[in-house]
Every structure is written in C-alpha cells, then in structure tokens.
Design a protein around this ligand. Structure first.
Ligand code: SAM
Length: 176
C-alpha cells in the first residue's frame, strides 16, 4: 500500500463508527503508484466495509472517468458517488453529516480553508479531517494546510503532522 493511503487508513481506524466519507480531489491514475494516494479506491473500500458511502468531489471529468473505472473494476461502485463540482460549492450544498473529510484537491491554501469552513457545520462531533501536502513548500510552512491548520488549532482541533513520502506530510485534524 502507498504511504499516503497508509496514513489515511490509520486516521480512519481512529473512528470505527465513521460511515460518511468525503474526498475533494479523486484518484487520477488508473493504477496505484508510490507517490499518489489512490484515495478513491481505499476510501471506497472503507465505506463498503462499514456499509457507508464515499462522496468523491472532483472538477476534472477525465479524472472522474479514471476513478470510476478503478472502483468499478474492484466492485466498489455502489459505495461511491461522484460529483463533478468545485469542492467548496459542493460542501456548501451538502446537508451532512460528514464523518471523515479528505482535502486533496486544490493546491491553494486559501481554497483549502474555504473548503474546511464550508464543511465545518456538517462535520460529526468526532469527525476527522485529513489534508494532504502539508509540508513546507512555495514559502508556506504547512503547504496546502497553511491557512486551515492555524484556523482549526484556534478552534480547538488537535493537529498531527505525519510524514508520508519525503518531503510530503499529511495533516490529521482530530476534533475530540
Ligand atoms: C492530488 S489530485 C488528487 C489525488 C487523489 N486524492 C489520490 O489520492 O489519488 C488533486 C485532484 O483535485 C482536483 N481538484 C483541484 N482543485 C479542485 C477543486 N477546487 N474542487 C474539486 N477538485 C479539485 C484535480 O482535478 C485533481 O484531480
């Protein structure tokens, strides 16, 4: 298993009761590689095992086709709904609740904050939020999480930064 998926699954294991999974940014490769998460497939497997559902929100229709084929090939399509939409917009409209949220879409730290804020009132009390690429790059201490991490910390979330593959790290935000 690739290192990003290992961290995601370890985070999910903290919440045996999680049923509703949301990812922003679907899998864009047909086969697993060491440097991408293959997240749609792993999250769909978790959703299926827990009789839950993964909502996969993605802007690029080509990537949705790739991810859909990968989940169909693994008999996971009943556990996933794809939404061709901008993450923030979809999250604003979604009624919730969300037990597990994975932010892995835009590279822009402000957009990741917008997504977190759009999801905030829909997150379950014991929700977990993971954000990929929270290592220092492009002059930002926490990469994609540069705005969310200080914001969430002030609001009482516990933030763990976990190395995936050098130099990447993933942020795991725990609400309880
Ligand atoms: C790093 S890839 C996701 C990788 C995937 N989570 C995995 O583990 O295999 C980022 C994806 O997010 C999509 N994306 C970028 N900005 C987005 C946005 N604002 N809303 C939804 N999807 C977005 C891109 O088209 C791309 O497919």
């Amino acid at each position: 298993m690739n290192p990003k998926a290992e961290v995601l699954l370890a985070a999910i294991a903290l919440r045996p009761g999680a049923r509703v999974f949301v990812e922003i940014g679907c899998t864009r490769k047909a086969a697993e590689t060491a440097d991408d998460g293959f997240s749609t497939i792993y999250l769909a497997q978790e959703a299926k095992a827990r009789h839950g559902l993964l909502h996969s929100v993605e802007l690029n229709p080509h990537n949705i086709r790739v991810a859909r084929a990968a989940v169909t090939a693994r008999d996971l399509s009943n556990s996933v709904r794809f939404h061709k939409e901008r993450g923030t917009n979809w999250l604003k409209e979604f009624a919730g609740p969300i037990d597990f949220l994975y932010l892995d879409g835009s590279d822009d730290a402000e957009t990741n904050l917008d997504e977190f804020e759009a999801a905030e009132t829909k997150l379950s009390p014991d929700a977990i939020v993971c954000i990929d690429d929270c290592h220092a790059y492009s002059g930002r201490r926490f990469g994609k999480g540069d705005k969310v991490i200080p914001y969430a910390t002030k609001r009482g979330w516990t933030v763990r930064l976990v190395r995936t593959l050098e130099p990447w790290q993933m942020a795991i935000l725990i609400s309880l």
